[in-house]
Design a protein. Sequence first.
Length: 416
Amino acid sequence: MAEGLLVIGAGPAGLAAALAASDAGMAVTLVDAQPEPGGQIWRGQWSGEARGAARAIFADLRRSAVTLRLERRVIAAPKPGCISVCGPSGPEQLPYDRLVLATGARERFLPFPGWTLPGVLGAGGLQALVKDGLDVRGRRVVVGGSGPLLLAVAAHLRAKGAHVLAVAEQAPRHALWGLAPELLRRPRLLTQGLGFLGLPLRHDAWVTRAEGDAQLRRIHFRTPSGTQVVEADLLAVGFGLISNLELPMLLGCACEGGRVTIDAAQRTSLPHVFAAGEPTGVGGVEKALAEGRVAGLMAAGREAEAARFAPEAERGRAWARALETAFAQRPELRELPEPSTILCRCEDVPVGEVQSLERGRDARLHARCGMGRCQGRTCGPAAEFLFGWAPGGPRLPLVPTTFADLVGGLSDPEQP
Ligand SMILES: Cc1cc2nc3c(=O)[nH]c(=O)nc-3n(C[C@H](O)[C@H](O)[C@H](O)COP(=O)(O)OP(=O)(O)OC[C@H]3O[C@@H](n4cnc5c(N)ncnc54)[C@H](O)[C@@H]3O)c2cc1C
């Protein structure tokens, strides 16, 4: 019997896929680890005030026949056609005929002295806390790292009453000129850019050190005119986004260059498995929506309709490639950590303890680097950049899980 479509991730890509397939008559289940749909960009808008595209999509979702399974994290894929999740009611096995992977992206962190001090947060992480109610009125904030998210975060913090002292973007100004032709084709982004006017943006600038005692006090950052030191309460720092590929890799989808490999119709290398949004390249909300729509229609067998939206999805991927080139990390960032700087913050492993090793596997075996709660999601990409280690594969369970959930979630109930 047909079990229908399972969509993992209720951000813009997963929502667009679920609604397109449901409108086409498919039975759709939409799973997300968060308590509300909306992903990163529309966080808090499901129960709060939804704006713009989120408002229309949430209204459609409320009217639709899509089954929402929220607060459920995928932990394993015990057999083809079945995903294990754990949530408030324990482990569950969700069967599917077709699968859309829309698992989004996370921030990339690079270590520098002081990056583990209280008051130093991920740029998107601080924004998420503010969206969830953290009061930053009157707080002195420096935003640093790389990528368009920095400006979005700085503008959000400013709108919430923070004093944004500097936005330190490591990419050189000239590298961003390459974005101009793509930007001219995207009037929405140009309009969005108006909201960034007046922000104290510095190009060719990056944080080299954070200092404090029990709390962040001072930030050193390098600029073309020399090192500057500012007193600040918060540092929001992130070096772009990394696609969440653990689940696609666990399933066996081909991945290359940090992305799931797809064709023009969002098909992965596995039959009946599609990918949309940030896992196919970090390109923003319009790309996520277009790709999600194509994936949902393809899953529902509406190939001709899907083909109508495919060019928009391809334009989104071109934008993602342009962003990746423009905001590439500069080699000087490899010199930021000192031997005593923490690399793996779950297991307190300093850079000096592992930097002479050849592989991430050796670092896990000898120093427990990457063996903690985040399972190497933070230190793994940092070590790839710092030492050139090959990316690690996914580990089971995909997220930390209780023993009871583990037993229920990893086993195949049809096997004795
Ligand atoms: C921290 C952060 C903040 C951002 N802030 C902005 C912003 O202010 N403005 C902006 O334009 N863009 C922002 N972005 C970029 C934005 O996320 C993208 O432009 C776009 O929304 C991506 O949509 P998506 O559906 O591909 O992914 P997402 O919106 O990231 O949605 C992916 C969803 O998948 C779920 N998920 C992932 N893995 C699992 C799993 N194993 N089990 C269950 N659920 C899972 C996640 O909980 C998430 O809800 C931000 C990105 C990040 C990482």
